[in-house]
Design a protein around this ligand. Sequence first.
Ligand SMILES: Cc1ncc(COP(=O)(O)O)c(C=O)c1O
Length: 312
Amino acid sequence: MKSDYIWMDGELVPYKDATLHVLTPALHYGLGVFEGIRCYDTSRGPGVFRLQEHLERFVNSISVLGVEHFPYTVSELSDAVHMTIRANRFSECYIRPLMYMADGPLGLNLDVSRPAVSIATWEWGTYLGKAALETGVHMMVSSFTRPQPNSVMTKAKITGNYVNSALAKTLAVRSGFDEAIMLDPEGFVAECSGENLFLVRAGALYSPPKALMLEGITRDSVITLAGDLGYQVVEEPVTRDQLYIADEIFVCGTAAEVVAVREIDFRKIGSGKMGPITSQIQEAFFKTVRGEGERSNDWLEIGSKTEYSAGI
Ligand SMILES: Cc1ncc(COP(=O)(O)O)c(C=O)c1O
């Protein structure tokens, strides 16, 4: 997670100085919002994937949390992201914007502390492991449930919400699985601890509806790419047993990218290997993020190689 600089409220701060006081309110009550974005190395220079959409979701998450007087626009944040990548001379990296409630007296009233922002970047390989991209993962359906949407709200990447994801992920890994699939309060499939999910049956793709999950930007990209490849995508409630009898399942997210699921709860999915449709979608996704797909120009903000390798 190392880099030379981290952007903090308008300034590039050396990595070792990018620290906070232990009484920062965000640390005590989960009062923060974050984004996860990837920048890919393309033949034309570093390309940030769907930056505008990620930053719009960031600002929307802050609004869902109810923070008033957030001082940055999407355009200012976008400039700051590019500045941070340039300062660190990365051609490929993960980007982590974070809003955290800072400086106020400790307490639960959001109105007494100040929203501060940092943007960190680092070189981050595959989240679920390189082998996962080729052979797929084994997942469990978690005994932890996604929150009811009138408690903490799943449309927002609020840091405190990720306790729920951490409980599920840790239990899954300790139990020998790679990742956790989480059900909504009514028992339908919602999403994973950090990914959205698709299943394939009889040549069509299915994904749970958006109401009770994070509206994944990779999920949205997959829906478009699947449409481009001629597949029908149906958004409808999905049950646990529909997972077990699917022909193929894959999960997707900025960190995980597109990964096949080969087994769930010790039940082989389809052939138990990455299926042909998953493989096609994965290939289309990587072509797109590497600047070689038909959607690349719409979805990548590519900076010039010379400018980005010059640093600050
Ligand atoms: C809970 C959850 N669901 C889904 C996703 C996938 O979203 P995206 O594709 O925008 O990264 C993420 C990752 O951000 C997540 O944390």
